[in-house]
Design a protein around this ligand. Structure first.
Ligand code: ADP
Ligand code: MG
Length: 491
């Protein structure tokens, strides 16, 4: 008797149901769909990459055993992501190449979604994140990506982000005209990247010919360095200057990177002059960025600067309800309230808590009751107590002096031999990176040098790390060691 994929999957579900707690069964197993069946293999589709891992890791063997029993021969089970929507980064947009409009009548969804559908998955359903995307993209070009699910529709508006959302929508409606640049800032996990991508989606949704580029500051820097190496900076410039929307995420990472800032400045001006839209995000407002050129700071201030704050209780509840709905989870109100009470710092923390609850409830075979949620979240909090960095400036100096074979006192002295100077610069860099101390204080630790000297030294190190692989390797080795020591005290 031959079974179809669906029939086989139903039989397998019947077989495993008695062995799993109902909640785990509904969340992880029943929500998966059979997508293909061959002689040896049943392919299941689920909604997101986390689910893929979970199903394979925790239930894979049980499912395979049950399936083999049903069929009377060995069966492998493979799980993949079904919907491009939820599969994390996908190469939605290309640099410098206008995307052709996608045909389809009204009501077929945005052309962006349609193009995601077509282009982003290979036959096994895995996202094609690293493929060159078209003849327009050269090999080695990074794949700029918009996250499929980072749309306005999925962004919950609350008192903490109202202004930012209004600004983002205005920019999406009239790019290049109202607020240019739009500068979004705020702590980690508060929705900066999400909102930025939402603007990109809205723009391309309105007009698929629009050219949109999304880059992390790191990508921007790396590409520039690559272009310089290839002697190809003109093409680099040309590419970004033709964008209708340029989004650069986390620009605080440009601090101290002079040549990148210089290039960004020129790109910025070119885009600005031709009324193209620029959106940037950062973890702090422009005026608080040390190590960023004044003229770049003032460009950022030309436009609109808005912050995102941690969500208040009401907004946390609303976000959790929406996440649960979107993921097809059933969570009681009392449980949602309990999470909203326990996680106050960011939206990312809220999401993490939900995943943790799901995971633990599966492992312990327990339903998610409010009491269960409280216990799990209390545990989680204890795991996440903020760790005071323990590496002191002295320990950092000692470690670097040792590695560069100079005396500790030499680091503080006026000695300018090459090796000592290098060690001194690296020590300043390490103290800044690991302890985040203000520049002036670092100067005091090195015989009263002033903050611009410290900044210069740190930039030197960063510059050389970009150019000289062996030097970078050497610095990274000590940094790792210092950070390890740092954590060794806590575990
Ligand atoms: P940031 O870039 O500020 O560090 P992200 O944009 O990456 O933060 O957001 C972290 C996570 O929280 C993402 O999964 C995002 O979708 C979600 N998120 C943040 N703010 C909201 C919101 N207001 N509504 C819904 N989801 C949100
Ligand atoms: Mg971000």
């Amino acid at each position: 008797m031959e079974l179809s994929g669906d029939q086989l999957w139903e039989r397998i579900q019947d077989g495993v149901r008695p062995h799993l707690p109902p909640h785990a069964f509904t969340t992880w197993v029943a929500s998966a769909k059979a997508s293909a069946l061959t002689d040896e293999e049943l392919v299941l589709e689920v909604r997101n990459p986390f689910h893929v891992e979970w199903l394979e890791d925790k239930y894979g063997p049980l499912l395979e055993r049950t399936g083999s029993d049903v069929l009377g021969r060995p069966l492998k089970i493979r799980v993949c992501c079904a919907s491009p929507e939820d599969s994390g980064p996908v190469p939605a947009l290309e640099l410098g190449v206008p995307r052709p409009a996608i045909e389809g009548g009204p009501g077929t969804g945005s052309s962006l979604d349609a193009s995601l559908e077509r282009s982003s998955f290979d036959s096994s359903g895995r996202p094609l994140s690293n493929r060159p995307q078209s003849s327009g993209a050269r090999p080695g070009d990074p794949a700029p990506a918009l996250f499929g699910r980072y749309t306005f529709e999925r962004f919950v508006v609350g008192g903490n982000n109202q202004l930012a959302v209004a600004a983002a929508r205005a920019v999406a409606d009239k790019p290049g005209r109202m607020y240019n640049p739009l500068f979004l800032y705020g702590g980690v996990g508060l929705g900066k990247t999400h909102l930025m991508h939402a603007i990109g989606h809205a723009l391309v949704g309105d007009d698929a010919a629009r050219r949109v580029a999304y880059l992390s500051s790191e990508q921007f820097t790396n590409e520039l360095v690559g272009a310089i190496r290839r002697g190809d900076t003109a093409a680099f410039r040309g590419r970004y200057r033709e964008m209708d929307l340029l989004m650069v995420d986390d620009v605080h990472f440009l601090q101290g990177k002079e040549s990148t800032q210089e290039e960004f400045f020129h790109t910025f001006n070119a885009l600005y002059d031709s009324q193209r839209q620029i959106v940037v995000t950062s973890d702090r407002p422009p005026q608080d960025m040390d190590g960023l050129e004044k003229r770049l700071v003032s460009r950022f201030e030309w436009g609109l600067v808005v912050d995102l704050r941690p969500p208040d209780f009401e907004t946390r509840m609303a976000i959790l309800r929406k996440k649960a709905d979107d993921e097809g989870l059933v969570l009681e109100d009392a449980v949602i309230e309990c999470i909203a009470n326990a996680c106050t710092s960011s939206v990312r923390e809220l999401e993490g808590a939900v995943l943790k609850l799901l995971a633990v409830s599966s492992v312990w075979n327990q339903e998610i009751s409010p009491d269960f949620a409280r216990r799990v979240l209390a545990l989680r909090r204890r795991e996440q107590q903020p760790r005071e960095p323990i590496a002191s400036p002295d320990r950092i100096k000692e470690c670097i002096a040792g590695s560069w074979r100079v005396r500790i006192e030499a680091l503080v002295s006026k000695t300018r031999t090459r090796n000592v100077t290098e060690a001194r610069h690296v020590a300043m860099y390490a103290i800044r990176e690991i302890l985040g101390m203000p520049l002036a204080e670092i100067g005091n630790l090195f015989g009263g040098r002033d903050h611009s000297t410290v900044l210069y030294s740190i930039r030197k190190v960063e510059g050389r790390m970009e150019e000289d692989d062996r030097f970078r390797e050497r610095v990274e080795v000590v940094m790792r060691e210092l950070r390890d020591r740092d954590s060794a005290f806590h575990t």
